[in-house]
Design a binder for this molecule. Structure first.
Ligand code: NAD
Ligand code: MG
Length: 390
C-alpha cells in the first residue's frame, strides 16, 4: 500500500486527488489531509478515507474540527506548525495542493522526510525554486510536477537526453477575457475573471488565468524545475486547452502532450508514476474536435508575461517578491480595491521599490529569507495600493 498525504485536500486539486484515491482504496493508505475553513468537507473525507490526522490551517477552527471528527479515530490538529508536522509524517507520496506561498513550509517538510512530492503548488517553486530543488536532492526525494503544462513537459522528456532539448512551449487558454476588447479590461470585475472557458479550478488560479499571472508563474516554474533557459521557454495561446505543452529537440522534433482539460490526468500521472494506470479521463475524439488553434499572446493585454521575464533575469529573491506581491494584488482585486489591470502595475512597482530599498534580493535563498522577502513584498503591495488607488 502506498502511504499518501494531501495538503490542501479540500480544494480543487485536493478533491480531484481524493477522487482518484477513492477509486482504488486497496492501493492507498491515507496519512494526513489538510484544509482551511471547510471543516465539514475535511472531516467527512478524513473519516471516509481513514486518515490518521486531519489538519485545518486555522487555529480558531480546532474545536469545530474536533467536534466534526468525534467518534472517529481521526486525530484533529490546527495551525501552521501542525501543517508542517502532518507533512513530515512518514508517507511515500505527498500532494502539495495548498494555494499560495503558504504551501512552501509543508512542501519542504514532505521532501525532508524523503517523500515524493506531487507539486501542484507552483507558488513554492516560484518563490523558492533553488531551495525546493536542493531540499529534494539532499534528501533523495523526488518532485513530480502536477501543473498540467509541467506534467506534459515531464512526460515528453521521459527517456530523453536534456542536452538534445532546445525549447519548450507552454500553452495558455487565454482565460476569461481572451476575446474581450483591450479597453474593456479596465472595468473587468473579479466575478467575471473567476469564470474559466475550459478548466474548473479554484478561484485564485482562475483569476490568475485571466490576467496570465498563472502563465507567468508557470514560465518561472518551468525554468526552476527543468532548468530551461528563459529564452527557451515560449508561451502560445491555445484556446481549446487540449495540447498542454510541447518539448522541442535539436533535430526539430516537437513532442506534444494532448488530452482533455481534466486535472485528474496530471494528478494521476504523478500518483502512479513511474507506472501508468487507468484514469477516469475522457478519450479524445480528434475528428470530433476537428481543429486545434494557436496564436501569439498580446503583450499589451498580458503584462504579467513581461514581468516573468524580468523576474527570471533578476533571480535571487525576486521570485518570492513577485509571487507575494501578486498574491496581495489579487486579494485587493478580489476585494474590489484594485482594477484588473492594476494587479500587474502593483507587482511591477513592488519589485522596483524592494529592489531600490534594500539588498535583500541578492541574499541566499533560505526559508527565512524567502519569508522576509514575502513579508516585505506584501507590505509594499498594500502601500502601493494605498498610494495609487485609494
Ligand atoms: P483551491 O483554492 O481550490 O484550494 C486550495 C487549498 O488550500 C484548500 O484546501 C484550502 O483550504 C487550502 N489553503 C488555502 N489557504 C491556505 C493557507 N494559508 N494555509 C493552508 N492551507 C490553505 O485551489 P486549487 O485550484 O486546488 O489550487 C491549489 C494549487 O494547485 C495552487 O497552487 C494552484 O496554482 C495549483 N494548480 C491548480 C490547478 C487546478 O486545476 N485547480 C491546476 C494547476 C495548478
Ligand atoms: Mg497550469
Amino acid at each position: 500500500m502506498k502511504r499518501v498525504s494531501i495538503l490542501g485536500a479540500t480544494g480543487s486539486i485536493g478533491q480531484n486527488t481524493i477522487d482518484l484515491i477513492r477509486r482504488a482504496p486497496e492501493r492507498f493508505d491515507v496519512v494526513a489531509l489538510t484544509g482551511g475553513r471547510n471543516i465539514d468537507r475535511l472531516a467527512r473525507d478524513a473519516i471516509e478515507l481513514g486518515a490518521d490526522v486531519a489538519v485545518t490551517a486555522h487555529d480558531d477552527l480546532l474545536v469545530s474540527l474536533r467536534e466534526a471528527l468525534k467518534g472517529s479515530a481521526v486525530e484533529a490538529a490546527a495551525g501552521e506548525a501542525a501543517l508542517v508536522e502532518a507533512a513530515s509524517r512518514p508517507a511515500h507520496w505527498v500532494m502539495s495542493a495548498i494555494v499560495g506561498a503558504a504551501g512552501l513550509p509543508p512542501g519542504l517538510a514532505a521532501l525532508e522526510q524523503g517523500a515524493t512530492l506531487a507539486l501542484a503548488n507552483k507558488e513554492s517553486l516560484v518563490a523558492a525554486g533553488p531551495l525546493l530543488m536542493r531540499t529534494a536532492r539532499v534528501n533523495h526525494a523526488r518532485i513530480i510536477p502536477v501543473d498540467s503544462e509541467h506534467s506534459a513537459i515531464f512526460q515528453a522528456l521521459v527517456g530523453e537526453d536534456m542536452a538534445a532539448v532546445n525549447r519548450c512551449i507552454i500553452t495558455a487558454s487565454g482565460g476569461a477575457f481572451r476575446d474581450w476588447p483591450l479597453e474593456d479590461l479596465a472595468g473587468a470585475t473579479p466575478e467575471q475573471a473567476a469564470t474559466h472557458p475550459n478548466w474548473a479550478m479554484g478561484q485564485r488560479i482562475t483569476i490568475d488565468s485571466a490576467s496570465m499571472f498563472n502563465k507567468a508563474l508557470e514560465v518561472i516554474e518551468a525554468r526552476e524545475f527543468f532548468g530551461f533557459r528563459p529564452e527557451q521557454i515560449e508561451v502560445v495561446i491555445h484556446p481549446e486547452s487540449m495540447v498542454h505543452a510541447l518539448v522541442g529537440f535539436c533535430d526539430g522534433g516537437l513532442m506534444a502532450h494532448v488530452g482533455p482539460p481534466d486535472m485528474r490526468h496530471a494528478i494521476g500521472y504523478a500518483l502512479n508514476w513511474p507506472q501508468r494506470f487507468d484514469l477516469p479521463v475522457e478519450a479524445l475524439d480528434l475528428v470530433a474536435l476537428g481543429q486545434l488553434t494557436f496564436r501569439a499572446p498580446d503583450v499589451a493585454r498580458y503584462p504579467a508575461l513581461r514581468l516573468a521575464r524580468e523576474v527570471m533575469e533578476r533571480r535571487g529573491l525576486t521570485g518570492a517578491v513577485f509571487n507575494a506581491a501578486k498574491e496581495r494584488a489579487l486579494d485587493h482585486f478580489i476585494a474590489h480595491r484594485l482594477p484588473f489591470m492594476g494587479m500587474a502595475e502593483v507587482v511591477e512597482e513592488v519589485i522596483a521599490r524592494i529592489e531600490a530599498e534594500n539588498g535583500l534580493i541578492d541574499a541566499g535563498i533560505t526559508l527565512e529569507t524567502v519569508g522576509q522577502a514575502d513579508h516585505l513584498a506584501r507590505i509594499a503591495a498594500d502601500q502601493v495600493v494605498q498610494d495609487k488607488y485609494s
